[in-house]
Ligand binder design. Structure first.
Ligand code: ZN
Length: 298
């Protein structure tokens, strides 16, 4: 069905290894059209711990989208269209620190952007008259409230994994893994984790006024640790399977902790961020971005 608002308040974006959520009950499938094309896949909405949850596999079922080709704008728009307010993003990552071991869970608190060619805003004007320019705050790229709840859920005894609260995730363009020189430089810069998909997703979630937090699942030590076996897709896939089960358990713990309304500023991220004179915003722009702009424009 075409997207209708209010079907789920919690969204989950599954990463490598997490292509479905088998423990959702009363499932329905939503194929949502967006001004940014179709999302990575149909969105599955179902009940988990008494809450309706919308699940979207970031790479599509069967892992069809490379990191740079993921339709991140369509994905975030579609979740917003379904009424989602909070997004938990699950991502496989490499570790840049000895103490962040494979199969550990990390809830990062900072991002460092090394992507190069991805649309990173809903509000790109293209320099044309009639667009809308928006500058949202991004000093704290993750919702602090959702991060805290996610970290607590990950640390629940039922999950049984080692959890690290905080850390900086560098997002590279890929699809190749890093060179050893890059990996060593990232370590020297004080970065903790490396991945390919959290950006622009987190930027777009902020523009869409969604709470967003990442559950990072460590699969390997990237390539800096020369006493480890080199990273291969096979090695990563084997650990992804084990990590995916931990992620499912974390989500079962997290959802009951998301009852009630939001106690953060994410839902008003655009309030002081629209800089274009409303009189200069064209009707086509209003139509295309009305899901975000209507509550702020006369
Ligand atoms: Zn928030």
């Amino acid at each position: 069905m075409a997207g209708a608002g209010g079907v789920a308040r919690i969204g989950v974006i599954g990463g490598s290894g997490l292509y479905r959520m088998d423990d959702l009950a009363d499932v329905e499938e939503h194929r949502v059209e967006t001004p940014f094309g179709p999302p990575s896949d149909a969105i599955t909405v179902g009940t988990l711990a008494g809450e309706r949850v919308a699940f979207l596999p970031r790479h599509g079922a069967g892992h069809r989208y490379a990191p740079a080709d993921i339709p991140a704008r369509a994905n975030i728009y579609a979740l917003k269209r379904l009424g989602v307010e909070r997004v938990v993003a699950v991502s496989a990552v490499g570790s840049l620190r000895e103490g962040l071991a494979p199969l550990d869970l990390v809830v990062p608190d900072q991002l460092f952007d090394r992507t190069t060619s991805r649309p990173r805003s809903f509000f790109e004007s293209g320099g044309a008259d009639g667009g809308c320019v928006v500058h949202v705050a991004f000093a704290e790229p993750f919702c602090p409230d959702l991060r805290g709840r996610l970290s607590a859920a990950a640390g629940a005894p039922a999950v049984g994994a080692r959890v690290h609260d905080g850390g900086t995730l560098v997002v590279i363009e890929g699809p190749q893994f890093s060179t050893r020189a890059e990996s060593r430089v990232f370590r020297g810069w004080g970065l903790d984790l490396i991945g390919m998909t959290t950006l622009p997703e987190a930027r777009l979630a902020r523009e869409a006024e969604l709470c967003y937090a990442t559950l990072a699942l460590v699969t390997d030590y990237d390539v800096w640790k020369t006493d480890e076996e080199p990273v291969t897709v096979q090695l990563v896939v084997e650990r992804l399977g084990r990590n995916a089960e931990a992620a499912r358990q974390v989500l079962r713990e997290l959802v009951p902790r998301l009852a009630g309304g939001r106690a953060c500023g994410c839902g008003d991220a655009l309030r002081d961020a629209i800089i274009t004179d409303p009189a200069r915003i064209a009707p086509e722009t209003r139509l295309r971005l009305g899901l975000f702009l209507d509550r702020y424009l006369p």
